[in-house]
Design a protein. Sequence first.
Length: 567
Amino acid sequence: MTEYGRGYGSEPWHPEDPLYGDQGSYGGQPQQSQWGGQQAQSAPYPQQHPQEQYDGRWDTQGGQQPYDPYDPYGQQPADPYGGLGTDYYGSQDAYAQQPQRVQQQAPPHPQQRQVPQQQQPYPSQQFEQQQYEQRQYDQRQYEQRPYEQRVEPGFDDTAEGDWRVEPERREREPEHAFFADGVDDDDPDDNPRGRRSDRERRGKKNKRRSGRACLVITLVFAGVVGTVGYFGYDFFMSHFGPAPDYEGEGSGDVQVEIEPGSSIMQMGLTLKKAGVVKSADAFSEAAVDSKNDKSLQPGTYSLRKHMSAAAAIELMLDPKSRNGLTVREGLRAGAVYELIDQRLKLKKGTTKQIARKDFKKLGLPSWANNSANIKDPLEGFLYPSTYSVGGKAKPETVLKEMVARANQVYEKYDLQGNARKLQLDSPMQLLTVASLTQAEGKYKHDFVKVARVVYNRLKPNNTETYGLLDFDSTVNYAKTESTLDTGSVDDLRKFNDPYNTYKFKGLPPGPIGNPGEVALKSAINPAKGNWYYFVSINPEKTLFAATNEEHERNRRIYEKEREKAKQ
């Protein structure tokens, strides 16, 4: 666009332009507008008659039309090509097309010419001719180049889009590293033939990219399949496969404390947390399969890490692995105190003094200690079991745990309700019957009959013992002894102690030991029978009698068996 908005635009000069009439750089004389002022000097212009047009140039009988500066579509001052059929170097263009003659009316005089309503949207024929001749020239120049330096016309390999720039001056857009290969098509050292054609290069790049894309898809698909397979296998094993378990006996050493009242699954969870077994399920399955699920007891154990579940169970059943304190069924309170002193490495008698001093702080039930003649308030409440007793534990803590365990069991069997059913004065008497059953009965399968003998002898109207129990176990408890040779009956009846059942009718003031669960259940549900006497011949045979004469016959059998055992 030229100065002041003039040029070959879509709109001609408007008469209201202040420079209208100024011919500007074309060298014409200034003139006034034809709508006022001095009339402009008009350039000589031929009369209107049919003319011939040669590719945009007006000619009258072969002559050249004078140049009209006000006509943007008029004739140019000079032909830059020097005539038709030649290029701008002056050489004959063999490829130039001869113009066709077209009859057309000469344009009207500028003063008579009307402003066109709409301009043509495309370049003039003159401009098209120049473009065509330029392409012909470029084609000849391309064919004259050496083969290595040829670049196909129309190939745009520069930022400016000029395909005529030399190949070595071009800067290709960097290719992404993922799609790049080891050979550069533009490097003559890598490719002796120079630059490949655009179609061939793009084709090979597309092939390379397609191959890489296939490889990526394959790898992704393989990863997906592998992930699905892994999680599928894990899901199958966790729901249908065997429980995870270690192999072997393990290694190292670890102390594990299993809380009282723990189930098999809870024991397994404790062992898993300590690193002993790999899973609680494996431990539970091994315990049930080996039928040891009821033999495992709470307590503190010395185990090893990464043990198989079966090996862990076997070691837990070994007494050597238990660091806890085990209270045997029927054991007296005095013996329990000694065990605690030994386990905690305390001076002998320390735990006994604490028990006598602080027994009211240890959680005994309200129905306990209802007799002033009780020798030990904790007797019968130190329930037989295995307790976790660490090296830094305190005696009162251990005693409190034993009492709490006894309370749980006694509540479970409802000692208060069952004492009323058996016409006993208190749950304490029922617990005392259980302790007598535990002490007198040698074998557990005889406990229900032994408990029946106790209840039969307590009857005041019996003519066999006349309400006396006559148990050696009570005399031994009173004397803090444990012997079969307690002396003659006459001497025993002279021994003055509330626990001497040879002298005092009925039950002793309290339990004479800590009964276990079997003795407790036998005292609650004794067998039916009229027995007043019994004697154990061997582990498989105990003789019961309803009269003293029958009992004497059984005693003679017992003496013979003892003589055979001595021989």
